[in-house]
Ligand binder design. Structure first.
Ligand code: ATP
Length: 264
C-alpha cells in the first residue's frame, strides 16, 4: 500500500508542528523518520494512522484519503500494549478476533506467528512472566497477524537494551521480508534506521521539515554498519551530534542518549 503525504501541515493550537510535508512511501518500502525529540515525527505517523487530522493537506493510503484508523494500517508503540490478564497467545489472537475470526482459528494462527518470532514455548505465559524483549516480540506477532498493508512503528524497540534491540530488529526484518508491508518507522536510533530502512528522512527541529533524505542500498545488511559510516556521520552531524573520529563514533546506546539530548 502506497502512502502519500500531500502538502501536510499540522498545528496544535499555537504550536506549529509540521510546516509542510510532502512525500510518498512506495508499496513495500521502509522509510525511517529521524529527528530531534518533539519535532513532529509521531504526529506524522498519527496522521498516517488516521488518529490525527492534518490542519492542511491530504493523507492518502492506497490512493484513498485517510479518514480514520483502519486495520489495514497498524500502529505499534514503544510500550507494548499487551493485556496483562491474557496469555501471549490470547493477546496475539485477539487482533484476529476483533476481525471476527473464530476464536479457535485465531489461536491456532497466533501460535504460528509466535513461533515465527521465537516464542514457541512461551505462548501460554502471561506478559509479566516474560522479558521486555519477549513482550515486544509478541507485540510484533500481534501487529503482523492481521497482515496489515502498512505498519506504522513508533520507537518500537526504544525501551529495550541495545543487544535485545538488535535481535528484535532481525526479527522485524524477517517478518517484513515475509509479509511485505509498507513501513514507516520513527526512531531515535540512527543505527536502527541504517539497518532497517530503504530510505531515511532526517528532520529539523520543530516545525518539522526534511533536512535531507538518504537512500540505502537494498543488499543484505548486517549489524556491522561500517559501510554506512559516512552516511551515519552525516546524519549525526545534521542532528547536531559530532563523532570526533570514526573510531570514537557513539555505540548504539550512546547515540540514543545523545539524540534525546537534542530535545527542543
Ligand atoms: N494531541 C496533541 N495535542 C497538543 N500537542 C501535541 C499533540 N500531539 C503532539 N503534540 C505536540 O507536538 C509536538 C511534536 O510531538 P511529536 O510527538 O510528534 O514529536 P516527536 O518528534 O515524535 O517527538 P519524540 O521523538 O520525543 O517522540 C510536541 O511539542 C508535542 O507536545
Amino acid at each position: 500500500m502506497k502512502l502519500a503525504f500531500q502538502h501536510i501541515k499540522k498545528r496544535f493550537g499555537d504550536l506549529n508542528v509540521v510546516e509542510e510535508f510532502s512525500r510518498e512511501v512506495d508499496s513495500g518500502e521502509l522509510v525511517a523518520l529521524v529527528g530531534p525529540s518533539g519535532c513532529g515525527k509521531s504526529t506524522l505517523l498519527h496522521i498516517a494512522a488516521g488518529l490525527e487530522k492534518p490542519s492542511a493537506g491530504t493523507m492518502l493510503a492506497g490512493g484513498k484519503p485517510v479518514r480514520g484508523p483502519d486495520p489495514e494500517r497498524t500502529l505499534m508503540f514503544q510500550e507494548n500494549a499487551l493485556y496483562p490478564w491474557m496469555t501471549l497467545v490470547q493477546n496475539v489472537a485477539l487482533a484476529l478476533e476483533f476481525q471476527k475470526v473464530d476464536k479457535k482459528q485465531a489461536e491456532a494462527q497466533a501460535r504460528e506467528w509466535l513461533e515465527k518470532v521465537n516464542l514457541k514455548s512461551f505462548e501460554d505465559y502471561y506478559p509479566h512472566q516474560v522479558s521486555g524483549g519477549m513482550r515486544q516480540r509478541a507485540a510484533l506477532a500481534r501487529a503482523f497477524i492481521t497482515r496489515p498493508k502498512a505498519l506504522l512503528l513508533d520507537e518500537p524497540f526504544g525501551a529495550l537494551d541495545a543487544l535485545t534491540r538488535m535481535t528484535l530488529q532481525d526479527a522485524l526484518r524477517q517478518l517484513i521480508r515475509e509479509a511485505g508491508p509498507t513501513v514507516l518507522l520513527v526512531t531515535h536510533d540512527v543505527d536502527e534506521a541504517l539497518f532497517l530502512a530503504d530510505r531515511i528522512l532526517v528532520f529539523s527541529k520543530r516545525p518539522a521539515t526534511v533536512l535531507k533524505e538518504f537512500s540505502l542500498s537494498q543488499h543484505e545488511k548486517t549489524h556491522d554498519l561500517s559501510e554506512f559510516a559516512d552516511m551515519r556521520r552525516e546524519i549525526l552531524g545534521l542532528l547536531g551530534i559530532h563523532a570526533k573520529h570514526e573510531q570514537d563514533a557513539e555505540p548504539v546506546s550512546e547515540t540514543q542518549e545523545s539524540l534525546e539530548g537534542v530535545a527542543v
